[in-house]
Design a protein around this ligand. Sequence first.
Ligand SMILES: Cc1ncc(COP(=O)(O)O)c(C=O)c1O
Length: 363
Amino acid sequence: VRFDLGLGVPDLTHFPWKLWRSLAASRLRLIRGVDNSYISAQGYGPLRDAIASSVRFSRAVHCAPNDVLITNGAQQALHLVAQVMLPPGAVVAMEDPGYPMARSIFLAHGAKVSDVPLDREGIIVERLPRDAKLVYTTPSHQFPTGVVMSYERRVQLLEWARKRGAAIIEDDYDSEFRFDGRLLEALQSIDPSVVIYIGTFSKSLFPGIRLGFAISPQPLRQPLVVAKQLTDWHSPLVTQATAAAFISEGHYMRHVRKVRRVYAERRTRLMTEVDAHLVDWLEMLPSSTGLHFAATFRHGDNAEAFADAALSAGVRMIPMPNGLTFGIGSIEVPQIKEAIKIVRGVASEQCRRDPRREIGRRK
Ligand SMILES: Cc1ncc(COP(=O)(O)O)c(C=O)c1O
């Protein structure tokens, strides 16, 4: 692969590894002397403190340190919620298209997944099944389309959940990277009584750290902590302690600010190139946040076949139903022009094979 427009991974060349190593080494020394035993399944206290302050400040999430459960990434948070909330056959509603790893975990717990369509304001609340017990959603940056859920839709979704006695999972996986405008209120900040707020450090730090968290309504807290303990006692202490120091000493915010600037430049350049060279063939979806954006085909192409053809030409892209995603985590600014030239070549080749979709003749 010459150029990587794949999604899901941050750029690790900008990560302050040396600083991380030194924090990890000092935590190791500290822990060796003090905490030589298992810790609370809920997570390391100073990390819960740091996360609670951070999400209160950045997302107005209602929480105290004692409300935070530390997990091995968002994935484990989803797993624990499924384990605690979903008897076999329970109905879970998801955005369609949605995050495949969430879908798989619900199915693995014997739930029935109901795919609910989206429009440009987010999940269409009228289309939610009446018997859904749980709704999984990515309001800050819908996965994979990138659409931001409107404020009105947020209020409507929360009202629906309250009326039906359902819970909402708010997966806020990459809201640290906001590029235009104001980040809309987290669902949890509007109504914490029905929302399980899930966060991850996979995008803002690195995926291999396997660190995430869940902040849930009161009745779910203890069952989730018990499920965590039964699963693996607790997340690794050294990692938790290192992350706690990284956040509380201000390195986290500094790092996020730094990489946000790097991503902003890539995103602007990539959008400009897509707009200039692929506009007759792809329609960009509005997106203001996160490490990727998406575009839909104007002429109903086959996304999988297109991604395969792009890969053969040297560009890795992740398809989505009727469209493509453009990740900014693994491509450098000077590579973008060439990568999009190749994508344009693939598109032209597809049009040559099917002249009805000729580029340059917008319908
Ligand atoms: C929608 C969504 N949620 C969560 C995550 C992160 O999951 P984890 O914290 O398990 O790495 C990702 C990563 O790609 C994602 O796309």
